[in-house]
Design a protein around this ligand. Structure first.
Ligand code: AMP
Length: 283
């Protein structure tokens, strides 16, 4: 069984001992819980690469907008604990809101130059909440390595920038997106989808496959690829709104001509569920 901590001072003491007495390397996987195969891939990497693996489970209110799904976000700590045990996780950290944001809390981190676009444009304040909680968690856990999924590509870039700009002594390890057999990227939010909505959600992967095929055949114009993907996605009946659909270089700068390693990034609504995904173009 992983050791479960709810208090910052307790997990600090425990990890401090492991770090000093046993010279243990610490791998860290921050999550909002309701674990699936995507999270599991991060955890498996950490277990392989470190002496001790810490998983945090915390639905961070600071990264949700007022009209977002904070209250209905799925939670199941017992199931998550069982999954962590199965994978060999040593320490679980599941703090309360009071523990993370006690009365009088007032310091936030904003990472600029990268958070103004894409998710940042449609979810104002989201990355401020992410950067703040990630920095807090890094200060609490003090990991050697921390694992982040490419599924949230912009978030990964924001965390990398946070680490670089503030000289944090942690190595960020990106992990490729895990998909269901049909191509849908795994997400805790997929439980919101009805069977019919799930079919429309597959439009995302179909669009990626289409663009990948067209680029492999020689089409390099980003605007053409975007237009074709948009048409394909809109042909699915339950896609309500596309927040953005774009192609950028690996640093999130828009491109006109597609090159190897560029990213297609999309956020769209299927019914009341907002999905994000991205694809690395291989030439
Ligand atoms: P979340 O619990 O959604 O905040 O995600 C916690 C971590 O798991 C983040 O680094 C995510 O990018 C990562 N993650 C979520 N879904 C996937 C997936 N399908 N494949 C790989 N990593 C993922």
């Amino acid at each position: 069984m992983p050791l479960l901590f709810e208090r910052i001072k307790d997990i600090r003491n425990h990890l401090g001992r492991l770090r000093c007495d046993e010279k243990a390397s610490i791998g860290f996987v921050p999550t909002m819980g309701y674990l699936h195969e995507g999270h599991k891939a991060l955890i498996k990497n950490s277990v392989l690469q470190n002496d001790v693996t810490v998983v945090s489970i915390y639905v961070n209110p600071a990264q949700f907008g007022p009209d977002e799904d904070y209250h209905r976000y799925p939670r199941d700590i017992d199931r998550d604990t069982a999954i962590c045990e199965e994978l060999g996780v040593d320490v679980l950290f599941a703090p309360t809101d009071r523990e993370m944001y006690p009365e009088g809390f007032g310091t936030y981190v904003s990472v600029s130059g990268i958070t103004e676009v894409l998710e940042g444009e449609f979810r104002p304040g989201h990355f401020r909440g992410v950067a703040t909680v990630v920095l807090k968690l890094f200060n609490i856990v003090q990991p050697d390595r921390a694992y982040f999924g490419e599924k949230d590509y912009q978030q990964l870039k924001v965390v990398e920038k946070l680490v670089k700009d503030l000289n944090l002594p942690v190595q960020i390890v990106p992990v490729e997106t895990v998909r269901d057999k049909d191509g849908l990227a795994l997400s805790s939010r997929n439980v919101y989808l009805s069977d019919k909505e799930r079919v429309s959600a597959l439009s995302i992967y179909r669009a990626f496959q289409h663009a990948q095929r067209r680029t492999s055949e020689g089409e390099r114009r980003a605007d053409v690829l975007i237009r074709e993907m948009e048409e394909l996605i809109r042909s699915y009946p339950l896609v309500r709104k596309i927040d953005y659909l774009t192609i950028t270089d690996p640093d999130l700068q828009p491109v006109e001509e597609v090159r190897d390693g560029d990213r297609i990034l999309v956020a769209l609504w299927v019914g009341d569920t907002r999905l994000i995904d991205n694809w690395r173009i291989k030439l």
